[in-house]
Write a protein that binds this ligand. Structure first.
Ligand code: HEM
Length: 461
């Protein structure tokens, strides 16, 4: 097999860096319809689709999504091989650029290798313990107020839009600071439009499309952040934006205004959609598993905090059952169900030669339901995440936050928000579904209940 080497640093994203379709023809698979490929099958039922394809063609197979033929690499071994690669064989930039390039061209996930390492190190300062403590105080106050509002109006509610609004407000408060003026509402709207655009099926910015609105949103936040950077540098704010405005590279240089804009846009998006999805599924599974809802409430109450007392950072570690249940919710409905990469060189896996330029799809959703690794995979069982149960499991059988160099930088932020949310929600409210109601989930590109998820809230105590 010839070893074609592409220099990723110099290669422009896009068709020039794509493996030709014919070069993948020897790999078993099915590309579906002309033009649209298997996109509709994936949109309709991503789990069923990949399970059927895997059963028929194996854990390495050819498929076609969003106009490009690529290769699915399935299972823990493939996840580890790709995510923990030390030889720069897999590019995140050229994998994710298909979806994110227009809107977040230089967000952290869109950087590769040495440049990525440098930027990740620089912005990690905003995720150190001191910074996290200050975000926790902001999150706690926001969630407490939200739980009190829900408590004052018990009864039926559409959960998903309410969680979405709350998550957005929390992201704005902890990322941008306490400025609640009109400007912040415009920034919120702009970010929301960018998120919608990133996941929209029409990729061209034709008038009236989500992509056109998303690009307008991008222009708006570029303007907002550009104006704010110098002001924030002189203030001592504790929000994430202010932290990035003061962060320095290894050589002592401050991040440039453009770099801050790129990172802020991506960070807010990465946090917002994933947390909305995971908190919604978390509440859903507690609603349909009342025994776990009661167990988690007992754990929360055992913290001994009155409703007005903020959750101390040091207490987060005691919420072990909350963490296990949140993990199990993300196993069943991972907020990032698939992960994209592109091969920078030819390589071989599963007996197949895979050429440079091939789009690679990893699949947490599939992996999290593999019967070889998860007994009764469809059952909600947080006990899968006790220390003992986790010991014998493949490290990459569970990857809601990815792994390796690009592993989610906001992982601790996410657990912190989930625990804080569980604490106020369960201390104040009970949640249930109408008998017989079976919500339908759209699982890709980010899981959400199609009808918004109708729940009944009751008051505790
Ligand atoms: C439940 C919530 C979340 C989930 C499931 C999640 C999932 C993920 C996954 C799977 C990746 C890796 C993608 C890849 O390797 O291609 C990732 C990357 C990332 N996430 Fe999260 N995320 C969550 C919350 C957050 C939050 C709250 C933040 C920020 C505060 C955040 C910031 C990031 C960043 C910056 C990256 C890129 C890291 C890098 O490229 O080095 N995420 N996330």
């Amino acid at each position: 097999m010839s070893m074609q080497i592409l220099d990723v640093a110099d290669a422009a994203p896009g068709p020039a860096f794509r493996a030709g379709r014919h070069a993948l023809a020897h790999i078993p698979g099915n590309e579906g319809w002309p033009l649209i490929g298997r996109t509709l099958n994936i949109l309709a039922d991503p789990k069923g689709e990949v399970e059927r394809m895997a059963a028929k063609y194996g854990l390495v197979h050819r498929t076609r999504v969003l106009g490009e033929t690529g290769i699915a690499l399935l299972g823990p071994e493939a996840n580890e091989f790709v995510l923990c690669d030390q030889t720069k064989l897999f590019s995140s930039t050229h994998g994710w650029s298909v979806l994110l390039d227009r809107l977040f061209p230089r967000g952290l996930l869109l950087l590769d290798f040495e440049e990525h390492r440098l930027h990740r190190r620089t912005i990690s300062v905003a995720f150190k313990a001191e910074a996290m403590k200050s975000y926790l105080a902001t999150l706690d106050a926001g969630i407490a107020a939200q739980a009190a509002r829900w408590r004052s109006q018990p009864g039926p509610m559409l959960l998903y839009p309410a969680v979405k609004q709350m998550t957005f407000d929390l992201a704005a408060a902890s990322f941008l600071g306490p400025d609640t003026g009109r400007q912040i509402n415009d920034v919120k709207r702009a970010i929301s439009d960018m998120v919608e655009a990133a996941l929209a099926p029409i990729r061209k910015p034709w008038p009236g499309t989500k992509m056109a609105r998303g690009l307008k949103g991008r222009a708006h936040i570029i303007g907002y952040f550009s104006r704010e950077v110098s002001r924030r540098r002189s203030l001592n704010g504790e929000d994430l934006f202010s932290q990035l405005c003061r962060a320095t590279h290894e050589n002592g240089d401050l991040l440039s205004t453009q770099e801050i804009i790129d990172h802020m846009g991506f960070l807010m998006t990465a946090a917002y959609e994933t947390l909305t999805s995971s908190l919604t599924t978390f509440v859903y599974f507690l609603a349909v598993n009342p025994q776990w809802q009661a167990a988690l409430r007992d754990e929360v109450v055992s913290l001994g905090l009155s409703p007005e007392q903020p959750l101390p950072y040091e207490k987060l570690a005691s919420l072990t059952q909350v963490e296990m249940a949140f993990k199990e919710a993300m196993r069943l409905k991972p907020p990032v169900p698939s992960i994209a990469r592109r091969a920078t060189r030819d390589f071989a896996l599963g007996g197949y030669a895979i050429p440079a330029g091939t789009l690679i799809g990893l699949n947490p959703l599939y992996t999290h339901h593999m019967a070889d690794h998860w007994a009764e995979p469809e059952r909600f069982d947080p006990m899968r995440f006790t220390d003992a149960a986790q010991r014998g499991r493949h490290r990459y059988a569970y990857l809601p936050f990815g792994g390796g160099a690009h592993m989610c930088l906001g992982l601790h932020f996410a657990y912190m928000q989930a625990k804080c949310f569980a604490r106020h929600f369960l201390q104040n409210l009970t949640v249930s579904l109408e008998p017989g109601y079976r919500p339908v989930w759209q699982m890709w590109p980010i899981p959400k209940p199609k009808d918004g998820l109708r729940v009944n809230l009751g008051r505790v105590g």
